[in-house]
Design a protein around this ligand. Sequence first.
Ligand code: PLP
Length: 376
Amino acid sequence: MKVPFSYLERQFAVSGPGESPTLTDTIFEDLKRFVVSGDFTLGKSLVEFERKFAAHEGAKHALGVNSGTDALFLSLKGLGVGPGDEVITCAETFIATAGSIAQSGATPVFVDVNDEFTIDADRIEAAITPKTKAIMPVWFTGNAPDMDRILEIANAKGLKVIEDSCCAIDGAYKNRKAGSIGDAGGFSFHPLKNLNVWSDGGMITTNSDELAAKIALLRNHGFKSRDEVEIFGYNSRMDTFQAVVALRMIDDVAAVTDRRIAAARRYDDALRDLEGLIDIPRRSAHIRHVYHLYMLRVKDRDGLLRHLQENGVEAKIHYPIPLPYQKACAHLGCKKGDFPKTERDCDSIVTLPSHAYLTEDEISYAIETLRGFYGK
Ligand SMILES: Cc1ncc(COP(=O)(O)O)c(C=O)c1O
């Protein structure tokens, strides 16, 4: 049996002769109507998608941009972060978190992770310097950082908070949706996200009218009107084409996410007794963890990974090299030993295929294959 990591072939299958239309068939029909309308740039469907996304994430404003990376970068720019500033973020994350900070001209300052794959909030204060301008906590794996503590620190020190909620569409912390808690939130619609488009796309959420107005300028060359340019900006609009695609999926995102969560719970329940071999991070009742990645710390990770892959279970590692030790970060002067928990994770984590499109049998097979490796 093969247990695929990617679900795109299943999600976007087209119907065969005589079969009822699939999601893809419906989107094709929408796109036919859209293409002949010529409404490509900041079009009506984008405005509608932004309205729906803002309502979905419980934020006052949502602005479509061309990727999650740009969502973070433009949020930083919009909040006035730039050269000479420092932004505190988590050492265990995808490169784009730190990349967006570097792109803004600011310096990423890494803080080690806790046991739940999010920033260790107790270590943030020690990383603050007179240059610190913002904190960028990451909803890594789809799990919420300790937002109460982070906001408390940020408020006391006058720092901005930009949530990297790229992995956490539909996630929540104490009944507040991802991206609606800090000053701004950045989301990704990359194909392997739980609301995914047919290329790249991103969204910035904010409750600030002022920031929304600034980002509306920044993402569109600084245009105030057709002929007036207020500031230098970027071409970073979300394609209306992608908004047409996303509009067909946004109403189902909670249900898709529920199925993702159900798959993760099946793994949790079936693996909990393997204590000592497998370390399942603590699950918190006040967090809606959306399991963008179903990640565990395991004994003999490389052996297990090989065993899973050889038996058709497409497990992966996110990510094997601590971000601060990547060559791109060499100028930051981080050294081995600075981030012990991130290092431990990079050597022991494995991501199992876990998503809304797996069958019960496939999950059972993945569980049996994993248990079999440990002779259980
Ligand atoms: C934590 C995190 N931040 C930022 C991004 C960047 O999003 P995008 O690929 O849409 O630029 C990703 C994408 O996977 C991510 O996982």
